[in-house]
Structures are given as C-alpha cells and as structure tokens.
Design a protein around this ligand. Structure first.
Ligand code: PRP
Ligand code: ZN
Length: 297
C-alpha cells in the first residue's frame, strides 16, 4: 500500500456518535473541511483527515490499514474481534471516550418469567451481534439458536421470529415500546478510539502521539466538575463520604459563622441530581456544580 503521511480517522457518518465525535476532535484542535460527497473530510490545521463511514465498517478499515484510527462503539469493536478470522490484524482499544454510553443486553418479553440464563435454553434469540451473544451463551452453557438480523431486532419477538433479543439499550425506550425488558447485560459500551496493535513509525505515529496527549487533556477536563457547597462542621464527615471520587476537598471558613464551612471538591465525573440530593440530605446547603474549562496541574 502507498505510504501516507497524513493520519486518517474513520468515524460514523450519521448516527449517535457523529456529533460528539466531531466535537471531541474539534476540542483537540482538529477542524475539517467537509467535501461535497461528505465521505472524506480534509483536515485543515493538522495533518489529520476523516473518513465518514458506516460504524460497522470501521474496524475492518483499520485492520486493512485504510485508516489509522477509528471512533467506534466498543460493541462494534468487540464484535469484530470475535467474528473475524484469526489472520485479521488485531485491533486495540486505545482510549475510552466517555460518550455514546449504552449496553448490549438480552431482553425478553415483559410477561416471560425470566429465571436466569437457563430460561433461554432452546430459545431463538435475534441479534446483530452473533459474536458477542455466542460468546455469552457458551460461557453460560446455554444452547440457543442465534438469529442474525441486521436491523429492527426489537420487533422480532412480536413477529414471532424470535423468543428474545440481544441488542443495544441506551434509554430503554425501545424495549418499553416493544413490551420487552432487560434480562442480562452482556457488555457495557461507549465510544472508543480504536487503532492497530502496532502504531506506524513515521510522521503519522508522531501525530498520533500528540493527538492522544491532547485527547487525554480534553477528556480529563470534560469529565471534571467543581462542586461547591456549604455545611456545618458536624455534617462534614457524612458529606465527605458521599462526594464523588477526586482529590481531597478544600475547606474554607465562612465569615461570621464559625460552625459553618464552605467545601470545594474537584469531582472526577459528572455529578448527578441523585448524588446532589443525597449530599443535601446529609446536611449540605447552597450547592453548586461547575464545569471546568481548563486545568493545568
Ligand atoms: C439502537 C438499538 C435500539 C436502540 C436502543 O439502535 O438497536 O434500537 O438504539 O436505544 P434506546 O434504549 O435509547 O431506545 P440505533 O438507534 O443506534 O440504530 P442502529 O441499530 O441502526 O445502529
Ligand atoms: Zn449500527
């Protein structure tokens, strides 16, 4: 194959991962001129171009060396690993990217009395993930027929072509709309940066290293929140126990109120309403959750 000197990243052309993936790359200082057919986007500042394709094609494009990297769901990457022959170039999950979170689950009709994996013995399960489902069935010693469908998996039980399904679940809305319920989680998935096991040893390798460093910085800041709250000294211990992971909080005195403290904590991830409500129950007041824009340790 002809040697390339520009890095090429494959990503989903249109779907749930497209917008957040583009935004992430922009934050890493990459911007693209969209070409008319929208398949190939030329990178403007840095020597990094984009290929916009179907997500299921991404692992193959990397394995063949057509692209150096891909932004793709872990589910697609793992399915590729399990279903392609041994001689296909092995792929690596270089970084989890923290968006597009979903799970690959087995779902059954709501009225089915699900008692565990053995309930699926002898049943027909429709899926677009025969590799991951097959592996799970083997691990749990369940004999079931795997029915491969490339789309609209969730209507198979209603149509009578399957007894259960194995599909991606995000909000769970699709399952509810089809009178199904989640019975087993096979895989926790999110968008990942995928690449070959061995990286190119040329300009592309240097650019890749730079990109990974920027990515790490962007991900760290994006997931950080600064939590501010006021508490009495007596509630401090209970509150500290509830704080989402991160370095030790900072405590500040509140002028004129000696038994009150202002607490400031850097949290490693999102702080949910549920967590806030729990912390409040433990005695916190005046709570603020602030995004962190830049951070230099
Ligand atoms: C996935 C999956 C379900 C739906 C689940 O499809 O196949 O149909 O999302 O999401 P929910 O739990 O939020 O309802 P997607 O929209 O990604 O399209 P695709 O299967 O064609 O890739
Ligand atoms: Zn898809």
């Amino acid at each position: 194959m002809k040697q390339r000197d520009r890095l090429r990243i494959a990503m989903q052309k249109s779907g749930r991962l497209t917008e957040p993936a583009l935004e992430l790359l922009n934050r890493c200082g990459l911007s693209f001129r969209q070409s008319r057919d929208k398949l190939f986007c030329f990178g403007e500042g840095e020597p990094v171009d984009l290929l916009l394709v179907r997500d299921d094609d991404i692992p193959g494009l990397i394995a063949q060396g057509v692209c150096d990297l891909g932004i793709v769901g872990r589910n697609v990457l793992d399915e590729f690993r399990l279903t392609t022959g041994r001689d296909a170039a092995p792929l690596n999950e270089l970084r989890p990217l923290g968006f597009g979170r979903c799970r690959l689950s087995i779902a059954v009709p709501q009225e089915l009395d699900y008692q565990g994996p053995q309930t699926l013995e002898g049943e027909r399960i429709a899926t677009s993930y025969p590799g991951l489902l097959g592996e799970w069935l083997r691990t749990h010693a369940v004999n079931a027929s795997v029915i491969m469908l490339s789309g609209s998996v969730e209507i198979a039980p209603k149509l009578g072509t399957a007894d259960a399904i194995c599909d991606l679940v995000q909000s769970g809305g699709t399952l509810v709309a089809n009178q199904l319920r989640e019975a087993e989680v096979l895989l926790e998935s999110e968008a990942v940066l995928a690449g070959p096991l061995t990286l190119p040893i040329d300009e592309r390798g240097d650019m890749l290293e730079l990109l990974l460093k920027r990515l790490d910085g962007v991900i760290q800041v994006r997931e950080s929140r600064l939590l501010l709250l006021q508490t009495s000294r007596s509630s401090l211990e209970a509150i500290t126990r509830l704080l989402p992971g991160g370095p030790q909080p900072t405590l500040l005195a509140v002028a004129g109120q000696p038994d009150q403290l202002m607490l400031q904590a850097l949290c490693a991830g999102e702080v949910s309403w549920r967590q806030l409500e729990e912390i409040k129950k433990a005695g916190a007041r005046e709570m603020y959750v602030l995004p962190v824009e830049k951070m230099l340790a």
